[in-house]
Design a protein around this ligand. Structure first.
Ligand code: ZN
Length: 466
């Protein structure tokens, strides 16, 4: 007996070469089969998918879900957006582990630990031994590895290099937000990061965000960076489809604490001061993130100013991403037809910009990419990057992670994770969740709520698929 049967939909599963009208049956947490006209009598629940497209569950490889970066509302927001698996890109891993069973809305969740001088590192130039302790601790706590927060809390170039070495040696996932004590979080920092990574392996976060036109025109920046990445399949990455970024509204001694916030103000022609930020909020240039019901929304104008005056330690967003960079990172391929930037990431979660389904499907609608390409960038490639061998496809035995797309409205109308419906028509139904951990996590983390993977299967550590 199947637990769930999806009838009459168009199944698109490029990993198994399928695109056609096929029914999909799920048994428990896994895909049982896909076939012509499966008898509803064999299933305890049957849903009619007429007019809908059934694709492997959407994986967002870069989101934020912890209190320090927007809050646990992010779980709900991801499920609502049609995501079935997401990676929290800063942690604390222990916070994700403590809250996911109650709050994850049925999602599959993994997490990286941010490494921050003065917090979990003694300074910005720590030795390999200290880095190794933090990396091994992240793995043991249930994380996939570490994230260097170069734009916010940079390390020296040498310590960045050591972090890559030590992560590679331990087969830990390493993500780098470009920027060091020598270079900024811009084109120069991104080119430096590619050189630092060299022939090693790493994930370079949100490629488009280094091409905001601060060093030279944004178009030239993105062409430079894509040219540099063209021959570097050892570097995995993602890019946004949203125009807005996410940074902090916190002000100290008359100016925003975050360098990125100050840069954004400068880009918009505002003074890099508390007053400048207030003006940017009032004029609608800066959005202020606030809770509304079960989600966070971006407010603008007077309403936003009030929220920010009450507590300035809230995420703020500026429309600073360059459209040229967004588009070229989304669609540019190598000669072998692989994408130079292999995945879409929202960098959302708790920040209201979970738009990879919506905007990715708009690119499909405009014929800038095929639906198979969209699935490559939102499921197949992220699964490969992360070593999620049971995801990215709907062949028998794979995880029952499915997103149902409505190509007319460019939205996800349903999300199914591990065989359970977690979202239907924007209503979030999922409860509990699954945390994806490595085989190096503490043996105490066991049971249905944990899925163990081996990062030796990650694209960072296995040969790239042809
Ligand atoms: Zn991020």
């Amino acid at each position: 007996m199947y637990s769930l049967l999806l009838k009459n939909g168009r199944l698109v599963d490029p990993a198994s070469g399928v695109d056609g009208k096929l029914d999909v049956a799920i048994e428990g947490t896994r895909i049982a089969c896909a076939a012509d006209d499966i008898d509803p009598g064999q299933a305890s629940q049957t849903l009619d998918m007429e007019g809908k497209v059934i694709v492997p569950g959407i994986i967002d490889p870069h989101v934020h879900l912890t209190e320090r970066l927007g809050g646990h509302e992010g779980f709900y927001m991801l499920a609502q957006a049609g995501i079935t698996t997401a990676v929290d890109f800063a942690g604390p891993v222990s916070e994700i582990r403590d809250c996911f069973r109650k709050e994850a809305c049925g999602l599959n969740i993994a997490s990286l630990e941010a490494i921050i001088p003065g917090d979990n590192l003694s300074n910005e130039n720590p030795p390999s031994k200290e880095l190794e302790e933090v990396i091994l601790s992240s793995l043991e706590e249930g994380g996939l590895g570490i994230k260097i927060m170069g734009g916010h809390y940079p390390l020296t170039p040498e310590a960045t290099r050591r972090s890559v070495d030590v992560s590679n040696r331990n087969e830990a996932y390493i993500a780098i937000h470009a920027g060091t004590t020598k270079k900024g979080s811009n084109l120069e920092g991104a080119l430096e990061a590619v050189d630092i990574i060299g022939a090693s392996s790493a994930h370079l976060a949100h490629i488009n965000s280094y091409c905001r036109g601060t060093v030279k025109p944004a178009l030239e920046e993105v062409l430079d960076l894509l040219a540099k990445l063209r021959s570097r399949k050892n570097i995995v990455s993602g890019s946004y489809l949203a125009m807005v970024n996410g940074t902090s509204g916190k002000c100290i001694e008359g100016r925003p604490e975050s360098l990125i916030t100050r840069r954004c103000l400068e880009m918009g022609g505002y003074a890099q001061t508390t007053r400048g930020l207030e003006k940017a909020i009032l004029s609608g240039f800066a959005g202020v993130s606030t809770r509304k019901g079960k989600t966070n929304v971006l407010l603008y104008g007077e309403e936003a100013r009030k929220v920010w005056l009450e507590d300035d330690n809230v995420p703020v967003s500026f429309p600073v991403n360059s459209p040229e960079a967004i588009l070229l990172c989304a669609i540019t391929k190598r000669d072998d037809n692989s994408f130079i930037v292999p995945s879409f990431v929202s960098d959302g979660g708790a920040i209201a910009r979970n738009c990879i389904v919506e905007r990715g499907l708009m690119l499909v609608k405009m014929q800038y990419m095929s639906l198979a390409d969209f699935i490559l960038k939102t499921s197949i490639n992220p699964a490969r990057m992360l070593g999620l061998t049971t995801k990215g496809s709907l062949s028998p035995g794979k995880d029952g992670d499915i997103t149902i797309l409505d190509l007319e409205t460019c939205t996800a109308s349903m999300a199914i994770a591990r065989g359970k419906i977690i979202m239907k028509d924007k209503e979030v139904l999922g409860t509990g969740g699954t945390m994806i951990i490595t085989e190096k996590a503490s043996p105490g983390f066991k049971g249905d709520h944990f899925q163990r993977i081996s990062l030796s299967e990650s694209q960072l550590y296995s040969k790239p698929a042809s």
